[in-house]
Design a protein around this ligand. Structure first.
Ligand code: HEC
Length: 126
């Protein structure tokens, strides 16, 4: 009589630990209160792949995606604002770099322009 109940409790606890752990692993950092819009957009949409600091996320590595190095000043300095804008708006596919998704239908041009500034800030911070 007690055994099935115990088994049920163990199974439920295991499922809880598994899903909770998964949620913890896949969560991205929450933006600080009053963070500028670009920072909230970046942490919400981009950090899953690029990591909160632009160094690339291990979650992306898990899916064999190589999100570039947004924190690397030497690499980002060489990119024009237009290049950064276009790759965020249209994705990497048009220029043969299909790993980067397009955000043109999610974000306004204004938001993309703010993200360009935010991405530049990531490489300047270090
Ligand atoms: C699904 C994962 C993913 C998401 C989400 C994502 N990116 Fe990317 N991004 C990539 C990958 C992969 C590359 C590199 C593509 C390549 O080189 O083939 C990349 C490249 C870039 C580049 C070009 C870097 C360079 O030096 O050429 C910029 C800028 C960029 N991403 C910004 C963003 C921004 C801003 C967001 C959020 C709006 C974002 N990405 C969301 C995967 C992602």
């Amino acid at each position: 009589m007690r055994r099935p109940l115990l088994a049920l409790v163990v199974v439920l606890a295991a499922i809880g630990a598994f899903t909770g752990g998964l949620a913890w692993l896949l969560d991205t950092p929450k933006p600080r209160a009053g963070a500028p819009k670009a920072e909230r957009l970046y942490l919400g949409l981009c950090a899953t792949c690029h990591g909160p600091d632009g160094r690339g996320s291990w979650r992306a590595a898990l899916f064999l995606v190589r999100p570039g190095k947004l924190h690397d000043a030497a690499a980002i300095e060489q990119r024009s604002d237009q290049y950064l804008f276009d790759i965020i708006k249209h994705g990497g596919a048009p220029i043969g770099r299909p790993g980067m998704p397009a955000f043109g239908s999610t974000l306004s041009d204004q938001e993309i322009a703010e993200l360009v500034g935010y991405v530049r800030g990531l490489s300047r911070a270090r």
